[in-house]
Write a protein that binds this ligand. Structure first.
Ligand code: NAD
Length: 479
């Protein structure tokens, strides 16, 4: 059995308590490794290591830091197969997806921020009498807390800009998916990252996550996860005046107008609803379809969904893998039951899947499409975060905007229409941090990424991330 270690001060070490948590393989439902059940004492050790390393790391030239980050990107690419397999076993997602998306994107995160830092400039504001210029200094020791749905992808999305800007990091991956962050530590060593610059403390949110949030020497927290957890973190961090970036839940609308390219809209809407078992914060789970094409859309959409084979994520024929945990699997099934009670009709799926062989006890659910629910019922208002999508008909723009904007969330939205004016008009009125028109999940890492309302505070990506991880200091000189 694999035993995961913390990575503190450049060394792999056991949790101080000696305690471990079981780590499950979602596809089999069996324990396959052990993850440290760390606590505030391990976080304290990590903070000491990070404080000691900060003068070394922040004192290095930008070019030296960049070179180390680019080496990590190269090493990740070199070891893609090992990391992709580890991610799939740990998370339950199909291997083809780990290979095509998760691990390449993790490498790209290091490459992107490792080069972006070379182009990061600060402002000057001059008058005839004075010259103002702004320095952007690293914050010091920062905390990065990430979720289980895109484990290495989101872990590196946080730590890469933090490191590029010269901070030392205390990072905590989800206790449900710790494996690839553990493997990454080895690559950081190989790439020549000084000891103590990146510290990875594994364990439960309520222990390790809370200890990171509460620590007085950690001055910024970058968090991605659920809205309730974000609220708890904000409650602790706000009175301590910590910088906070919160990327939280979503319940994203996917709006299909009758003048869309139906072939493309049906195909991409199916992808948007069910990629990664629907466990992506950007998934379009509420599909609003204009009444005049509702039946035609439904027929074509269901025919795409019908091809999404569920099975062993290590088999390349499986379009969809297992859900991350038993608790999450039960939560998703309970929402399908709720949908029936709320008057919904299950058009396809709706049940657990028990593949033959090694995955018989895994946590699989069929891709499920439901119609007949009102836009304001619980199933259409609460985040399910699984392979469940609903179809909701609408008559006109005004009506669909009101329904799309009716949830507490505001992360991402998709609009399908060939009418350019309508596309811009609707996009501008959607309460959402991100809107895709005639596409889904196209990510240019330079763009601001984040949500409005209960989907979060702050933006990641591009220079926004470098700004978050630095403190501006204005200096005014009399000429
Ligand atoms: P979660 O909030 O349960 O956990 C996220 C991380 O926070 C984990 O590492 C967890 O251990 C830690 N944590 C838990 N309690 C904590 C506490 N009290 N203090 C500090 N840390 C704590 O979320 P999850 O179930 O891992 O992820 C699913 C959620 O993440 C969904 O709501 C999804 O929409 C959201 N998400 C958002 C984005 C985005 O970019 N907006 C991206 C991916 C996932």
């Amino acid at each position: 059995m694999n035993t995961i270690s913390n990575f503190i001060g450049g060394e792999f070490i056991k949790p101080l308590s000696g305690k471990y948590l079981d780590n499950y393989e979602p596809a089999t439902g069996k324990i396959y490794s052990r993850v440290p059940d760390s606590d505030s004492h391990d976080v304290e050790l990590a903070v000491q290591a990070a404080r000691n390393a900060f003068p070394i790391w922040s004192g290095m030239s930008v070019e030296e830091r960049s070179a180390i980050m680019l080496r990590i990107a190269d090493l990740l690419t070199l070891h893609l197969e090992r990391f992709a397999t580890a991610e799939t076993i740990d998370q339950g997602k199909p291997l083809w997806l780990s290979r095509a998306m998760d691990i390449p994107r993790a490498a790209q995160n290091f490459h992107f921020f490792g080069t972006e830092i070379l182009h990061f400039a600060s402002e000057t504001h001059a008058t005839n009498q004075h010259l103002n210029y702004t320095l952007r200094n690293p914050i010091g020791v920062v905390g990065c807390i990430s979720p289980w749905n895109l484990p290495l992808y989101l872990f590196t999305w946080k730590i890469a800009p933090a490191l590029a800007t010269g901070n030392c990091v205390i990072a905590k991956p989800s206790e449900l998916t710790p494996m690839t962050a553990f493997l990454l530590a080895e690559l950081c060593q190989k790439a020549g990252m000084p000891a103590g610059v990146l510290n990875i403390v594994h364990g439960l949110g309520a222990k390790v996550g809370a200890a990171i949030t509460e620590h007085p020497d950690i001055h910024a927290i970058s968090f991605t996860g659920g809205t309730t957890t974000g609220e708890n973190i904000a409650r602790t961090a706000a009175p301590m005046f910590k910088k906070l970036s919160l990327e939280l839940g979503g319940k994203n609308p996917n709006i299909v107008f009758d003048d869309c390219n139906l072939t493309e809209a049906t195909l991409q809407s199916a992808r948007a609803a069910f990629t990664n078992q629907g466990e992506i914060c950007l998934c379009g789970s509420r599909i609003f379809v204009q009444q005049s094409i509702y039946e035609a859309f439904k027929k074509e959409f269901l025919s795409h969904v019908g091809k999404f084979t569920v099975g062993d994520p290590l088999e390349l024929t499986s379009k969809q893998g297992a859900l991350v945990s038993k608790a999450h699997y039960e939560k998703v099934l309970s929402y399908i039951e709720m949908a029936k009670q709320e008057g919904g009709t299950v058009l396809c799926g709706g049940k657990a899947v028990h593949p033959e062989g090694r995955c018989a006890a895994g946590w699989f659910i069929e891709p499920t499409v439901i119609e007949g629910l009102t836009h304001d019922c619980r199933v259409n208002q609460e985040e399910i975060f699984g392979p469940v999508a609903t179809l909701i008909p609408f008559e006109n723009e005004e009506e669909v905007l009101a329904m799309a904007n009716s949830t507490n969330y505001g992360l991402a939205a998709v609009v399908w229409t060939e009418n350019l004016s309508k596309a811009h008009r609707v996009a501008a009125k959607l309460q959402s941090g991100i809107v895709w028109i005639n596409c889904w999940m196209v990510r240019d890492l330079r763009t601001p990424f984040g949500g409005v309302k209960h989907s979060g505070v702050g933006r990641e990506g591009g220079f926004e991330a470098l700004k978050f991880f630095t403190e501006p200091k204005n200096i005014c000189l009399k000429l």
